[in-house]
Write a protein that binds this ligand. Structure first.
Ligand SMILES: NC(=O)C1=CN([C@@H]2O[C@H](COP(=O)(O)OP(=O)(O)OC[C@H]3O[C@@H](n4cnc5c(N)ncnc54)[C@H](O)[C@@H]3O)[C@@H](O)[C@H]2O)C=CC1
Ligand SMILES: O=C([O-])CC(=O)C(=O)O
Length: 334
């Protein structure tokens, strides 16, 4: 039995994500929580002829607690999205409190569940969840994941466009490491499973790197005030969630990119810190996932000088965002 729960399920990401999860036969129960509209979304999805039993919950009558009870995997796309001119960090003011409150519900009702955080700024919201769980004495770094899959999905798509064959997109694998915001998004294009054309110049490499780093801005601009990526994010979020579910169910060898606490596996986390040359607490990298969560954080491997520069440039912003998220919880306790 697998119960999946979406917090923020009536939103731009939440609805198509719930659809993709409902369509997946690995899920037996799907709980949908939001501050609005979940009864309608749940009624609609419940007519789809797949096994998952769908239930919608709202805040009154302990809705969050009821949604979370018995959950194995919780995906969080709750919170406000960007408008043109905003950075992801500009969302902190509103989203930090939303994520804190949802994490408190998880800590008290479903402390063993796998938690997948989509709400931005991911570089800070994941530390917020971790600190709330720590305060309740239930933090297990193996079970907390920041969802960075969209960066990897974009990299696959953009590389296959350049290779000139979009039909390759599902097969192209490009590691994207670091965090999930601007310069903290570090594509390792030298490790792309499908090589870029030999004629690909340094300028083109810089342009492609920038496009992956700022892919979110492309969508924010095109949506012109109506929000940020929702459909591609739902696709990416479902892809990651389904990998986690397959791992929970005992499938071995599942590797997926994620932003994790580097204590999730001490040996490989320490090795990664050594590789990047800092004591940063969280970092996104391909992660081997098993029935109990993170098994191993994969090393970055051989980097080009250009990529080493990208990693070095990512660290200060990453550290600042991590400490902002951490302090949001620890300082309010004082
Ligand atoms: N990790 C990633 O790669 C990506 C993250 N995002 C982020 O995902 C978040 C959601 O984006 P959208 O779905 O486009 O926004 P949206 O505004 O369409 O939906 C957000 C939903 O959250 C709900 N919500 C607000 N407060 C809540 C609470 N306390 N409890 C439960 N639900 C609550 C709202 O009612 C709304 O239905 C944003 O922070 C956005 O920046 C977006 C794209 C990619
Ligand atoms: O750009 C945004 O604000 C939403 C997001 O995280 C993305 O699309 O990668």
């Amino acid at each position: 039995m697998v119960k999946a729960v979406v917090l923020g399920a009536a939103g731009g990401i939440g609805q198509p994500l719930a659809l993709l999860l409902k369509a997946n036969p690995l899920i037996d129960e799907l709980g949908l929580f939001d501050i609005v509209n979940t009864p309608g979304v749940a009624a609609d999805l419940s007519h789809i002829s797949t096994p998952a039993k769908v239930e919608g919950y709202l805040p009154p009558d302990d809705g969050l607690k009821k949604a979370l009870t018995g959950s194995d995997i919780i995906v969080i796309p709750a919170g406000v999205p960007r408008k043109p001119g905003m950075t992801r960090d500009d969302l902190f003011k509103i989203n930090a409190g939303i994520v804190r409150d949802l994490a408190t519900g998880i800590a008290t009702t479903a402390p063993k569940a796998f938690i997948l955080v989509i709400s931005n700024p991911v570089n800070s919201t994941v530390p917020i969840v971790a600190e709330v769980l720590k305060q309740h004495g239930v933090f297990d770094p193996k079970r907390l994941f920041g969802v960075t899959t969209l960066d990897v999905v974009r990299a696959s798509t953009f590389v296959s466009e350049i290779v000139g064959d979009l039909s390759l997109a599902p097969k192209v694998v490009v590691p994207v490491v670091g965090g999930h915001s601007g310069l903290t998004i570090v594509p390792l294009l030298s490790q792309s499973s499908h090589a870029l054309p030999a004629s690909f110049s340094k300028d083109q490499l810089q342009a492609l790197t920038t496009r992956i780093q700022f892919g979110g801005d492309e969508v924010v601009k095109a949506k012109d005030g109506a929000g940020s990526a929702t459909l591609s994010m739902a696709y990416a979020g479902a892809e990651f969630a389904v990998k986690v579910i397959r791992a929970i169910k005992g499938e071995t060898g599942i590797v997926a990119p994620s932003y994790v606490h580097l204590s999730a596996d001490k040996a490989s986390g320490d090795a990664l810190k050594k590789e990047i040359g800092t004591e940063v607490e969280y970092f996104s990298a391909p992660v081997l996932i098993g029935t109990e969560g993170v098994v191993e954080i994969k090393p970055l491997g051989t980097l080009t000088e250009f990529e080493k520069g990208l990693v070095a440039a990512a660290i200060p912003e990453l550290e600042e965002s991590i400490s902002k998220g951490t302090l949001f919880i620890t300082a309010s306790k004082l």
